[in-house]
Design a protein around this ligand. Structure first.
Ligand SMILES: NC(=O)c1ccc[n+]([C@@H]2O[C@H](COP(=O)([O-])OP(=O)(O)OC[C@H]3O[C@@H](n4cnc5c(N)ncnc54)[C@H](O)[C@@H]3O)[C@@H](O)[C@H]2O)c1
Length: 250
């Protein structure tokens, strides 16, 4: 008997799809029947993701864009709508950290993190909102962070950007609900990717003490939550923030 896939023939855009959480989301969605527009700074970055999606029997498009630049986003969205024809799901995942204590934080590091994490989410969401409203359906899944909920010493820029993503998500959820479009956020805790690779053994041990489930998360754990928000199962859910963090924040 054929197994029912959750995203059969849906078209999903995933930003920052070249590695880490973004790649895991792209592959999970493809395994569930979706075609994927994989966005990252350079098309080279998404080559592996695109090949793996195709191996799963789905279509994949490699799209280069800097999510923080309006012109770059507009060109990418135009390319996606032209090549894919339609978009059903948008996952705003591209993000960076530039950590430092408040008193030593440069304006450049503040701006870079806010521009990519928050403005990038705004630009991509705005660009697809017209199509979503017109087709009276659409799923927006924004990748925030538990740091946006509880803050973190040394990450005031990152925390502000992710708290911003949460407020943005709730506002968009309210604006677009009557048009059949949902917007939800995921707040990952500590997930094993390039972003968290730099943690030394001491930081890791200290961290594990704060996680009730006593291990770091995997990109696939975040992908499962993204799949839920994108799937028909979540049709009556909007404006929510789901922590995927081993119980760190409760
Ligand atoms: N890893 C964690 O523990 C963790 C925890 C909470 C939230 N997050 C969030 O999850 C998301 C993915 O993180 P990750 O750990 O997979 O990071 P990662 O650094 O492994 O991957 C991020 C991807 O985004 C791309 N990217 C960066 N800047 C971009 C830009 N301006 N335009 C387009 N693409 C860009 C990178 O090239 C990369 O492929 C981020 O938003 C991050 O803040 C991660």
């Amino acid at each position: 008997m054929a197994v029912m896939k959750h995203l059969e023939n849906q078209i999903a855009v995933v930003t920052g799809a070249g590695r880490g959480i973004g790649r895991a989301i792209a592959l999970k969605f493809a395994a569930e029947g979706a075609d994927i527009a994989a966005v990252d700074l350079k098309t080279d970055f998404v080559q592996e993701t695109v090949e793996e999606v195709r191996k799963l029997g789905r279509k994949a498009w490699a799209v280069a864009a800097n999510v923080s630049e309006a012109a770059s986003v507009e060109a990418a969205v135009e390319q996606i709508l032209k090549e894919a024809g339609r978009v059903d799901i948008l996952v705003n995942n591209a993000g960076i950290t530039k950590d430092g204590l408040l008193m030593r934080m440069s304006e450049a590091d503040w701006d870079a993190v806010l521009d990519i994490n928050l403005k990038g989410t705004f630009l991509f969401t705005k660009a697809f909102s017209r199509a979503f409203v017109k087709q009276r359906s659409g799923r927006i899944v924004n990748i925030a962070s538990v740091i946006g909920l509880i803050g973190n010493a040394g990450q005031c820029n990152y925390a502000a950007s992710k708290a911003g993503v949460i407020g943005f998500t709730k506002s968009v959820a309210r604006e677009l609900a009557s048009r059949g479009v949902t917007a939800n956020a995921i707040a990952p805790g500590f997930i094993e990717t390039k972003m968290t690779e730099a943690l030394g053994p001491e930081a890791r041990t200290a961290l594990l003490k704060q996680i009730p489930l006593a291990s770091l998360g995997q990109p696939g754990d975040v992908a499962e939550a993204a799949l839920f928000f994108a799937s028909p199962a979540a049709r009556y859910i909007t404006g929510q923030v789901l922590a995927v963090d081993g119980g760190m924040v409760m």
